[in-house]
Each structure stands twice: as C-alpha cells, then as structure tokens.
Design a protein around this ligand. Structure first.
Ligand SMILES: [Zn+2]
Length: 355
C-alpha cells in the first residue's frame, strides 16, 4: 500500500473508536449489518439545455461522454459483484443533471458512498519560434536630416502544445468545508435516524448540542472514510501503471462533495488534454480498466468497513479499556470527545429512566 502524504490531514482514529463503544454499549449483541447498502454513482457534467457540452474538451472527444461511459461500466460491475447493493445514478443519460439535483438524489436515496466520475484537463502550453526576418523601413531625424533606415524584424510562429499532465487524482471534500458538510449531515437527519439513532437517543432536536455533537462526529467519520476510500482508489490505479497524482482537497472546494450527507469522492480518471490518455479514456479497455480499479478499491473499502464493524461488535470489556484510555484529557480533541461521550451517556441514562 502506498503511503499517502494526505494522511497528515486525517482526524485521529479516536472518533471511530468512540463510535465503537457507543454502539457496543447496546445489548443484546448486534447482528452484522451489510456495510454498504446504497452506492451513488455520479457521472460528471452532461449535455446542457442549449445542446452544449458542460465538461472539458479533448482533441476529438468530450469529458461528458467519457464520464457517462465509465459510470455505466462501474454500475454494471457493482451490480455483478454486489447484487445486494442498490446503485443509484445521478446522471443516467447524456443530459446534464444540476449539481443541486445530484446532491438531492444522493441524500434522498440515503447513499452510503458517493462516487463522482470525472476527466481532468490541463491547458496546453503556448510555444513560439522564429521562422525568419522581415525588413522594416523607418525614418530618423527631421527636415534635411531626415534619413531612411531599415531593420530586420524577427517573424514568429505560434502554436499550442498539449499539456504533458497525465494520471489520476481523487478528491475528497476540503477539510475547511467541514462546517458545510456537518450542516448537510444535520439537515439530512433522517439518514441518521434510520441508523437507529432515534431508537438509541430519542427524537433529538437537530439544533440541540447533543445532535450537533453527533452530526459532527458523523462528519468526521465520513471524512476518514472518504480519505481512506480515495487512497484505496489511487492505490489500484498505481497497480495498473497509471500515474499517481494522489488524494487531494481543492482549495475552492467541490460543492457536491460537501453537499452529500455521506462519505464522498471525486475521481479524475485521466487527462483528456493528453493525447495518450485521451485515447485510453475513450477506449473500451481503458474504461473497463478504470472501472475494475474502482471495484477493487470498493472491495478493499468494504473489507475495511467490515473490520471496523467487527471491532465495534467486540465485547464490552475491550471497549471499557478503550474508554479508560480516552478519559485522559491530554489534548483538546480528546477532551471534546470526552465531553461528547458524557453527553451521550447522560442522554442514555435519562432515557432508561424514562422507560
Ligand atoms: Zn469534470
């Protein structure tokens, strides 16, 4: 596995541990749940109302068409490999789907992961060379002193060379957009409730501190999941010899990534502006290989989630030990976690009394 510089951004794994024992506190022992029920596949861009393409242009093809073709392959592969998982398409045809609609579809369908397929583009390099000289006439002085002179002026040829940029990169939402994501998680509270949160903690007011804390914790969990899955995707691309441009966060943010209340990644599958990659992206083999990489990453991701789930189902004893460890309020974050846990514990006690 490739060590990713990105991991520096990761939130300490403590937040997942926290979830572990919150869940393990409940008895009787929970049954194993499928870790992924719904996958949202989002083909980037599409043909606009006025007929124009929304995506990037290559020398002979468009990003819009490639995104759709790869997405269709990914969906087919998921259906074959995971017949029990529901797959929802945000853009099933060549026509564009608005960004808002994409996020709505993902949230309404309560996706467990949002996979956004795109194609990258880099501006070409403007080049020039001298192709010859032209003699130009000019005059100096006035009146009788006026003299005719000539000079040689270089003549240029200009052209644009395609960018040499190539390879794949996978984006997750920018850490600085975490507030936006948290708000979306809160606004889509029904998703949390479906995971038995209501049963556990009662009908919480979404503006209550308890609920905000819970949404924040969920958001951090999504962040860790997004980053982990993104890293796994890049690892698979490396295995088939693609150039690795790593897991990234975009400064301006990618709206749809923070507007979906679930872990989310955006895959730039290659550069349409690089002739070699444009051919690859348009080929059946290339598209299939990209899809296979995404499916392999998905397998690793579900395996990782299952392992997490196993850990969550471990006996209470282990979790009590963990709890002791985390009671040490050495760091601000851990102190925050401690407060959160106390709040959840308190909430649970109040509920038990009420029953
Ligand atoms: Zn794009």
């Amino acid at each position: 596995m490739i060590k990713r510089t990105f991991l520096l951004f990761l939130i300490p794994s403590v937040c997942l541990t926290v979830f572990s024992f919150i869940q393990a506190d409940k008895k009787p022992a929970k049954k194993k749940q499928p870790v992924l029920k719904t996958i949202i596949v989002d083909a980037g861009h599409g043909i606009r109302e006025n007929g124009g393409h929304d995506g990037a242009k290559g020398s002979y093809s468009w990003e819009d068409d490639i995104c759709l073709a790869i997405s269709k392959k990914v969906i087919k592969d998921i259906n074959r490999e995971y017949p029990d998982i529901k797959v929802v398409e945000t853009r099933p045809t060549e026509k564009i789907t608005s960004l808002y609609r994409r996020a709505d579809i993902a949230n309404e369908n309560k996706g467990d992961i949002f996979i956004c397929i795109h194609v990258n583009a880099a501006p070409g390099q403007r080049k020039s060379e001298i192709v010859g000289y032209k003699t130009q006439t000019y005059y100096v002085g006035k009146g009788k002193n006026r003299k005719k002179k000539t000079k040689e002026v270089p003549q240029y040829r200009y052209w644009t060379e395609p960018s040499k940029a190539k390879g794949t990169e996978t984006y997750i939402w920018g850490a600085h957009k975490t507030d936006d994501k948290e708000l979306v998680v809160r606004e889509n509270a029904s998703m949390l409730q479906e995971e038995n949160y209501k049963e556990k903690y009662g009908a919480l007011d979404i503006n209550s501190p308890e609920f905000v804390a819970m949404a924040l914790l969920k958001t951090k969990q999504y962040f860790k999941r997004s980053a982990t899955f993104a890293g796994m995707i890049q690892d698979e691309f490396v295995k088939v010899g693609r150039v690795d441009r790593d897991v990234r966060q975009r400064g301006v943010g990618i709206w749809v990534l923070q507007a979906t209340a679930m872990p989310s990644v955006l895959i730039e599958t290659g550069f349409i502006t690089n002739p070699e990659e444009e051919a690859y992206l348009n080929s059946n083999e290339g598209q299939s290989e990209i899809s296979r990489c995404i499916i392999s990453a998905l397998k690793n991701y579900t395996g990782w989630l299952e392992k997490k789930q196993e850990e969550n189902l471990k006996d209470e004893k282990d979790n009590d030990k963990e709890k002791e460890k985390e009671k040490d309020p050495k760091k601000g974050f851990q102190a925050g976690v401690k407060n959160f846990l106390e709040m959840v514990d308190h909430n649970e006690k109040m509920q038990r009394r009420g029953r």
